[in-house]
Design a protein around this ligand. Structure first.
Ligand code: SOE
Length: 386
């Protein structure tokens, strides 16, 4: 197998990120199976036609059901708004298509479990878009933990801070509507932190959270828009039905303690996605806005030079780095998607499931929902109860 034919549903922010990744992958990873950009699909005919020509897709369509019927499509990439994930994934699995789906996998835990059952029954490959795992500096943190170089893990603390909806006149876009997005900062940003915790530290046993919607009503936009919307003085307002911020505490099965903060109301923070891990032998700190770096601290460093130091994860010793530039020549956000798809293509070659897949998507959804339940009941919730 030398190539995989892709049919992609969605053409906005993630559609662009995915298209770019499919397009660049063969140039930098020539030994990888080649993703062929066959068909892009979206609701608005003019916009999807424009996206097809701008991003480099062979064809475009507005009919995703027709797309699933095509024998020449191997994999369906779902990056439409979250409320569309389940129906498309269930149908795609039934049609025997492999699936890449953006996070959060579904609107509810039950839905995500149905999606997992469907892909398992169909025997197709499935992957979920937790792209931040694929920053080489994050993979270095994972390596240090797996090799025991941080010792026993005591703390995982993570925060994903944005500020793009602080203006009360920012419109009621789909990301602020529960029936479309599932949740607000929790499922959008918190989902990434939860997956990162699962990847680096392991499973959680119990959680307790709190959340707030600071701006309860917003102007209704004329058309369905996303992050790029601008403030609107429209007099008609509607209720914001998702959280603006969600915080929670967790216990991990290995004994570590976790704290998580996801908010869209952190003034000055455009997209601060960070974690710090403290173990018995050292610590690491990652900040996505400086994504090529990992701060490391080791307790057995000589006393006179103890302190955090910055490791630039661009050397040959670091994941994916040989494919890119000479050491010290940094990479960016878009590369996390390219690396995700390299993993997906490797899974085809090695005939295994890619990681993270729908199992990880369900695990993330389980924590999201446990936190919601803990907020509703104002008490700790055992993850295994869900
Ligand atoms: C918007 O809040 C967003 O783009 C998320 O949807 C992404 O998953 C995250 O990577 C950055 O912020």
């Amino acid at each position: 197998m030398n190539s995989i034919n892709i049919g992609m549903i969605g053409y906005k922010f993630m559609g662009k990120a995915h298209s770019h990744a499919y397009r660049d992958l063969p140039m930098f990873f020539p030994k990888s199976i080649r993703p062929e950009m066959k068909v892009i699909c979206g609701r608005n005919p003019e916009a999807v036609a424009e996206a097809a020509s701008q991003f480099g897709w062979e064809e475009h369509t507005t009919d995703w059901k027709e797309l699933l019927k095509r024998d020449d499509i191997d994999l369906i990439d779902i990056n439409a708004p979250s409320d569309a994930h389940k129906e498309i994934a269930m149908e795609a699995a039934k049609a025997g298509k492999h699936i890449f789906c953006e996070k959060p996998l579904a609107l509810t835990l039950d839905d995500s479990r149905e999606m997992l059952a469907a892909v398992e029954a169909a025997g197709v490959k499935h992957m979920v878009g937790f792209n931040y795992r694929f920053a080489p500096a994050v993979m270095l943190a994972k390596k240090l933990i797996d090799e025991g170089r941080l010792g026993d893990i005591y703390h995982f603390r993570a925060w994903f801070l944005q500020d793009w909806i602080m203006d009360p006149d920012f419109p009621l876009v789909w990301r602020l509507q529960k029936e479309v997005a599932g949740s607000g900062s929790h499922g959008d940003l918190g989902a990434h932190l939860i997956d990162m915790a699962h990847y680096l530290v392991g499973d959680m046993t119990e959680v307790i959270g709190m959340s707030e919607t600071f701006i309860k009503e917003r102007p209704i936009p004329e058309e369905m828009t996303g992050l790029s919307a601008t403030s609107s003085k429209s007099s008609e307002k509607g209720p914001v039905t998702v959280d603006d911020a969600t915080l929670f505490l967790a216990r991990f099965s290995n004994g570590a303690l976790g704290s998580f903060e996801a908010t869209r109301f952190a003034a000055g923070h455009r997209s601060t996605n960070s974690f710090e891990i403290n173990g018995s032998k050292g610590s690491v700190i990652f900040d996505f806005e400086r994504m090529n770096e990992l701060q490391v601290y080791f307790t057995d460093d000589k006393e006179d030079v103890q302190g955090f130091r910055r490791v630039l994860a661009t050397d040959a010793a670091h994941a994916y780095s040989e494919a890119w530039w000479p050491a010290g020549h940094t990479i960016g956000y878009e590369h996390t998607f390219i690396h995700s798809f390299v993993e997906l293509m490797d899974a085809f070659r090695e005939d295994r499931q890619p990681v993270p897949n729908f199992v990880d998507g369900v695990k993330c959804q389980q924590v999201l929902e446990a936190v919601d339940l803990s907020i509703e009941k104002r008490q700790w919730i055992q993850i295994s109860d869900l």
